[in-house]
Design a binder for this molecule. Structure first.
Ligand code: GDP
Ligand code: MG
Length: 377
């Protein structure tokens, strides 16, 4: 174990030094104020890093679990040490107006305490910021937030097919709105973009699932195929190779069971032309969303879709996932109507979830047009 002491005028600066010299896994052992002159104090932080090599992992399914646990532990460790080391600063933050008000408002919107703390503390570090001015603090907070979250518009530039049609799958837990979102997107691509597209359903598990999608395909006059296994899926893709895009509906399962993720991997293989939309319901609990995304990492998801925005007042869980994970958000489902209730995820819309000025945080955004889809995507 290597132990080192750092001094800086401010706790954040001291923590930066710790991170720079000892790395993100360093643990804070102690922290105190030291007087460097009769009028000035510095912060002294003692930190340690365990230099042991990580234990090599075994080749079975426990590997993933170990990685998850190690990741969780690292996160808890770093947050704990940050909290301990910056206790004074934290108390200060909570007792200072308007910071305290903003801090608590963000927590009540469901934003994770750690994220709020990190973003707000970075926001107040903005040069020349007057932290007694709520507008300035909020602007700086929004700036920090938007710096971290990613958005993507996967249909903006569809890659040329070169014999392999680009396929976009909708994967995710049961009942989150995969089929409905696929139908909304299909309508948008066909009607607004004039693209030639086909639909494949690999959801042969649930009674009625194929018929639900076939009905949408018929209404939109789109070619529709059903695939029961990998061979049939490959064949279906081949039949659609002349099209611009193929949308693929999948079976909703409890994907906290690793075998179900493995089944998806087996079905889609390692095709580079497949874009996986992970569809999540914004009504799910923050921790369940986090666990679902963790489990889906194995299939190389490219972007997230959050549905049922209209069914909850608390949208912090959406933002939490975008801050935690590197995946961008693409779409928001704002109701049951096909195709109207779909919006493209935009910075304004995300901010409105946390800082609503009118009723726009709930259901349809005031930033959207009445047709729902606000921008090309
Ligand atoms: N309120 C609301 N309901 C939705 C939304 N998206 C889907 N649903 C509803 O959720 C239910 C399940 O949708 P479905 O597409 O079959 O889910 P899947 O099992 O993931 O394919 C249906 O009743 C949909 O109408 C949404 O954005 N908001
Ligand atoms: Mg479905």
């Amino acid at each position: 174990m290597q132990v080192k002491t750092f001094r800086a005028p401010h706790i954040n600066k001291a923590l930066e030094q710790v991170k720079r010299e000892l790395g993100p896994d360093a643990i804070i052992l102690a922290n105190k104020q030291v007087a460097i002159s009769p009028t000035e104090c510095h912060v002294e932080v003692t930190a340690a890093i365990d230099l042991k090599e990580p234990v090599s992992s075994s080749p079975d399914h426990r590997v993933d679990k170990d990685i998850d646990i190690q990741g969780d532990l690292r996160e808890i460790k770093s947050f704990l040490s940050m909290l301990i080391s910056s206790k004074d600063y934290f108390t200060h933050l909570q007792s200072q107006q308007p910071l305290a008000e903003i801090y608590h408002a963000l927590l009540t919107r469901g934003l994770d305490e750690k994220q709020v703390y990190m973003l707000l503390s970075r926001a107040v570090d903005t040069p020349k910021l007057d932290s007694s001015d709520p507008k300035q603090v909020l602007d700086a907070f929004c700036h920090q937030l938007l710096n971290k979250v990613k958005l993507s518009r996967p249909f903006q530039q569809i890659p040329p097919s070169n014999g392999f049609v680009p396929a976009f799958t909708f994967v995710g837990p049961t009942g989150v709105g995969k089929t409905t979102t696929l139908a909304k997107v299909a309508a948008h691509l066909k009607i607004k973009r004039g693209l030639e597209l086909g639909i494949i359903s690999v959801d042969t598990y649930r009674i009625g699932a194929v018929e639900q999608l076939r009905t949408y395909a018929n209404i939109l006059d789109l070619p529709f195929l059903v695939a029961q296994n990998k061979t049939e899926f490959d064949h279906a893709l081949d039949q659609f190779r002349h099209l611009d895009v193929v949308l693929v509906d999948t079976t909703g399962k409890n994907y906290l069971i690793r075998q179900h993720i493995q089944d998806l991997q087996d079905l889609f293989g390692k095709r580079s032309k497949i874009h996986h939309f992970l569809v999540l319901s914004s009504t799910a609990k923050d921790e369940d969303l986090r666990q679902t995304i963790l489990h889906f990492r194995a299939i190389n998801i490219q972007s997230l879709v959050f549905t049922k925005i209209d069914e909850t007042m608390n949208h912090g869980g959406i933002i939490n996932q975008l801050l935690r994970f590197p995946y961008p958000a693409s779409y928001l489902g704002t109701g049951q109507r096909v195709p109207e209730d779909l919006e493209i995820a935009t910075p304004k819309r995300l901010l409105a979830f946390l800082l609503p000025t009118t009723s726009q945080s709930h259901g349809k955004g005031s930033y959207g047009s009445s047709s729902g889809i606000t921008q090309k995507g």
